[in-house]
Design a protein around this ligand. Structure first.
Ligand code: HMG
Ligand code: MG
Length: 299
């Protein structure tokens, strides 16, 4: 089993985590979280989204978060955008990267973005073109890559198709999202291998939710395929408001602990990310979702 020695962790907690909180988290706390994560060594952070506030009120104020987390060398402040309105807001706010999101399931696509998969991809062409013209890189998600809350099993061919279409739009990296966390390692590996076969491993990231406790096992399976970009959320925050049953993301602390144990460098200070997780968990008034954090802090 050969593994190159560095992995990039993409921290999605301030977006994929806080978008799902029943009560919106104040901008001050969102800023503090992003700064804590940056100080912990996370170099790519999804700080929020410019989606419709009627759909996801929790992410209103992402412009204020960006304004208070200034651009700096060595930090990519990424935001999720669903359309041109969101892109223009992201550019005006100075985002370093934007992420578009399509689904491999028609029902989820309609539920999450009010359009078919084809509609949503068509919406993204002008988004990708304008981002490129502005010199801002575009990431793309494929949601429901291992299952859909409405349709159940999702064919690998559907995931490959959406990933290829995202790359054709000009997306630099495709993050394969197990939105509801139903995947297990063999299926995760087979799906990811098929996408790698279509678009190349250097374009592939993986994004696991931990509903059934499978996220780390799935990551390990994908590391063996050469994947080196992995999404996670501090304290295991997360879920998608339009994915019934979706629980937290893979916790960044648990991911970093495993990668360190495998001898893979992340540049992330585990103790500092645990502190970031403790702080946001206090704000949310509940215990961290990271086993690593619980183990370390109870010593
Ligand atoms: P729509 O209602 O069809 O949009 O929603 P519309 O174009 O008809 O506009 C309706 C209203 O929203 C209008 O305002 C627009 O101006 C406004 P009104 O005239 O009624 O006052 N609007 C906006 N406002 C601010 N920013 C915008 C924007 N766009 C329109 N960007 C839309 C379509 C796509 C906008 C909506 O469905 C939406 O915002 N969806 C986002 C849902 C979302 O954020 N879901 C969570 C993220 S996905 C996820 O978590 C999965 C992922 O993590 C991967 C994984 O886990 O697998 C990525
Ligand atoms: Mg997600």
């Amino acid at each position: 089993m050969s593994r190159a020695s560095a992995v990039t962790v993409v921290e999605v907690g301030p977006r994929d985590g806080l978008q799902n909180e029943p009560t919106p988290v104040p901008v001050d706390d969102r800023v503090r979280l992003v700064e804590d994560l940056a100080a912990a060594g996370l170099r790519r952070i999804e700080v929020g989204s410019f989606v419709s506030p009627k759909w996801v009120p929790q992410m209103a104020g992402t412009d204020a978060v960006l304004a208070r987390v200034p651009a700096r060398a060595g930090l990519v402040r990424s935001v999720l955008v669903p359309n041109e309105v969101g892109l223009q807001a992201a550019l005006a706010a100075g985002a370093d990267e934007v992420a578009v999101f399509a689904a491999a399931s028609e029902t989820f696509s309609r539920t999450n973005t009010n359009g078919s998969i084809a509609d949503v991809l068509a919406r993204f062409q002008p988004v990708a073109d304008a981002a490129r013209a502005a010199g801002v890189p575009v990431r793309g998600y494929v949601s429901c890559a291992l299952g859909c809350p409405y349709e159940g099993a999702v064919p690998v061919s559907a995931v490959v198709d959406v990933a290829e279409r995202l790359v054709a739009l000009g997306v630099r990296e495709v993050s394969l999202g197990d939105t509801i966390g139903v995947g297990t390692p063999d299926g995760a590996k087979a799906m990811t291998a098929a996408v790698i076969g279509a678009i190349g491993v250097e374009r592939v990231a993986v994004h696991f939710h931990d509903t059934y406790g499978q996220a780390l096992a799935n990551v390990l399976a994908c590391l063996d395929l050469g994947v080196r970009v992995i999404d996670s959320a501090v304290a295991g925050l997360g879920g998608c408001p339009y994915a019934i049953g979706a629980s937290g993301n893979l916790a960044t602390e648990d991911l970093v602990y495993m990668l360190e144990g495998l001898g893979l460098d992340t540049g992330v200070d585990l103790d500092a990310v645990i502190r970031a997780g403790e702080r946001i968990s206090q704000v949310l008034g509940r215990p961290t979702g990271s086993k690593t954090a619980r183990a370390r802090t109870s010593r």
